[in-house]
Each structure stands twice: as C-alpha cells, then as structure tokens.
Design a protein around this ligand. Structure first.
Ligand SMILES: *Cc1c(COP(=O)(O)O)cnc(C)c1O
Length: 364
C-alpha cells in the first residue's frame, strides 16, 4: 500500500468514539450555528493560545481578510509578508485592495527580521508573519520592529497550532492571530473552520459583529459584514481534537526527531528550527536540488510527497497585476523549486517511518 503524504482518517480513528458521540450529541441538540459548542471552543482555544479572546469563523482565509478589514487596512496601504507563504495569506491582504510587499524568508522558512526594516515605507501599515510548516518565526525581533515603526502585527497561524517562540504561543504575539481548522491542519476539523485570537476587546467585539452580517442584535445591522461562522458540529469536534492536541503534537515531534536523526543523505537538506522556536511539524519539509527526480524515485517506492508550494504568490496568475517577474525573489523561487514535504501525520506507523527513512537514504 502506498504511503500517503498525509492521512486524515488516522487522526479520526485515534479518537473515533469521542468524535462519534459528540457528533450525535450536536445533531440531536437541534442547535447548529453559534451556540454552546462554539462558545466553549472559543473559551478553551483562547486559554490554550494564551489570549483573552478567540472568535470562531468559517475559514482561515476569512480570519485573514477580516483581520485586515477590521484593522482598516485597504487601498494604498502596504503589508509586509513572506514571499514563500501560502497564497491565502496574500489573498487576506489583497481582498482588501491593500498591497503585499514580499520579504524573502530566512533559513527557517520564516519571516526574516533582518529584511523587514529596508522594506518599510510610509505606506507600510502592518506585518503578516506566517509560521510556515509549524515553525514559529523569530517573534521577539519582529515584535520590536512593529513597536518601533508603529505597525500592526498579524500572525498567520494556520500551520502552527501549539508552536511557541521562547515559550509564548504563536497567535498571542500580534494584534490578531489567524487560525485555520481545515482538516489537514494540526488542529483539524471535519470540514472548513477558522478563528482569530486577540487580546483587544474592541477587535473581539468587531469580529463577533462582522462574522454575523455586521449584526449584534438580530435584524439590526451596524456594518456590512460577512457570513463567517464556525458551526456547532465543527466546534464540538474541534473541542475533542484540542483536548488531545498536545499528545498529537508530541507524536508528530517524535516522528520528526527520527527523521532528523536517521535521514542521512548528502543530496538532502533537513529543516532547521530557529533558536528559541518550537515546531509542531505541520509538514516535514526537506530541500533537494534534484527534487523532481527525488519525487519520481519516492513515487516508484510507493511513497507519496507534496510540494508546499510549487509556484510562489508573486508569480501566480492572479497576481500578475502586481508586476513581479521571475528572478525578483531568488530565495523564494529557489525554495519553490527545491522544497518537498515527506509523509508526516498522526497515526503514522513505525514501519511506515522506516520505509520512508530507508528510501530517502538510498536515493542517489
Ligand atoms: C490553510 C492555510 C490558510 C487558509 O486556511 P483555510 O481555512 O483553508 O481558508 C491560510 N494560511 C496558511 C499558511 C495556510 O496553511
């Protein structure tokens, strides 16, 4: 049987009875949108991240674009963002007609604090940091720069549930932390879902109003909002996953430790977590100059892999209007050509790990 890069069914079977009981409870309750499960999840997740508030939303992309909308970032404003992030981070900016300014990542795939200050202009309003692949970016320096230049700080934590920098959780450093609960994420639902975290009571209230057609009181609308609500079923199931998140992360860390120790191949570079950062291994991403040959080789050994991501945002069709061309961001473009995510998922058996390690070590 082929080893897949990710196996979401395994995560379900680990806690099958709990998930099934909760699903039936919610279905039988007769209350499906914005109820007790959502409120309880919001409280539990805020407490997990270490922020005062969490607001459940319909997706990670919604968390991002609504975040910039509520920070009043729009036409004429610039937001600094890593060149190698997932497209949704950038869409969160451009949906508001603000301009993304791409920053080349550091050697940990993260936002590079050394490259931020050169890019700041008088149009710069915010920095968006993506804790890519589960690795926390170097937040101490980034927070300092934001304070010094009076910039808003938004964190894209869609891949970093539970990852810390110097012991502080990602999603608690900035004005707003944006989370996705898409099924493949470390804290995954069984459909779409998202949330924001914040310590700011006004933003907490603004998100609650915005997600529900801009209404606090039914049929009275203060602003033009969105329909972006986490539903009761997903919230209930997420509460179960959240309860087990630390052990799920621990399991992924054990797999990563084996990969770190046992993969030894001069053609392959292993991921490097920054000093002070922790990684929750949303993906285990290696780099290889002969990446495409490696993919075919692993495929011939029945091992599936994925490229996160083959085309960087600045070269995407949808961002042609920004006017970037090949060669503008060489580090980002090099990563797009060389990164490869190898199998990493909860419920991965020791035997599956052995097969992956052995095959990679035998690649010539
Ligand atoms: C998944 C993801 C998103 C988008 O989340 P959705 O819930 O799929 O909308 C945003 N940013 C990053 C880095 C992601 O990995």
């Amino acid at each position: 049987m082929k080893i897949m890069p990710n196996r979401m069914d395994r995560g379900f079977f680990q806690y099958q009875k709990e998930f099934e009981n909760k699903a039936l409870d919610v279905l039988r309750s007769g209350w499906y949108v914005l109820g007790n499960e959502v409120s309880a999840f919001e409280e539990e997740f805020a407490s997990y991240v270490g922020t005062k508030y969490c607001v459940g939303l319909a997706s990670g992309l919604d968390a991002l674009w609504i975040a910039f909308r509520l920070l009043n970032i729009g036409p004429g404003d610039e937001v600094l963002v890593q060149g190698n992030t997932y497209i949704a981070s950038v869409m969160g900016i451009t949906i508001n007609n603000a301009t993304p300014i791409f920053i080349e990542p550091d050697e940990h795939f993260g936002m590079d604090p050394e490259k931020i200050e050169h890019a700041i202009t008088d149009k710069t309003k915010a920095i968006l940091v993506t804790h890519l692949y589960g690795m926390a970016s170097r937040m101490d320096e980034i927070v300092k720069i934001c304070k010094k230049h009076n910039l808003k700080l938004v964190e894209d934590c869609a891949q970093s549930h539970g990852a810390c920098y110097n012991g502080k959780m990602t999603g608690s450093f900035g004005d707003i932390g944006c989370f996705s609960f898409y099924p493949s994420k470390n804290l995954g639902a069984f459909g779409d879902g998202g949330a924001i975290t914040t310590n700011n009571p006004e933003l907490n209230k603004a998100f609650r109003t915005f997600r529900n057609y801009g209404s606090q009181k039914r049929y009275y609308n203060e602003v033009v909002g969105a329909n972006s609500r986490l539903d009761e079923l997903q919230a209930g199931l997420l509460r179960i996953r959240l309860k087990h998140l630390d052990e799920l992360t621990e399991e992924k860390c054990k797999i990563a430790e084996r990969y770190n120790k046992e993969i030894k191949n001069p053609l392959i570079k292993l991921p490097k977590v920054a000093d002070g950062a922790s990684c929750v291994w949303h993906q285990y991403v290696i780099t290889c100059e002969e990446r495409d040959r490696l993919i075919d080789y692993l495929d011939s050994k029945e091992i599936g892999t994925i490229i996160h991501y083959p085309v960087p945002p600045h070269l995407q069709e949808c961002y042609k209007y920004l006017g970037h061309k090949v060669g503008d961001f060489p580090i980002t473009e090099y990563l797009a050509k060389t990164v490869l995510s190898i199998p990493m998922y909860n419920g991965m058996t020791e035997e599956e790990q052995n097969i992956v390690i052995k095959a990679i070590n035998e690649f010539k």
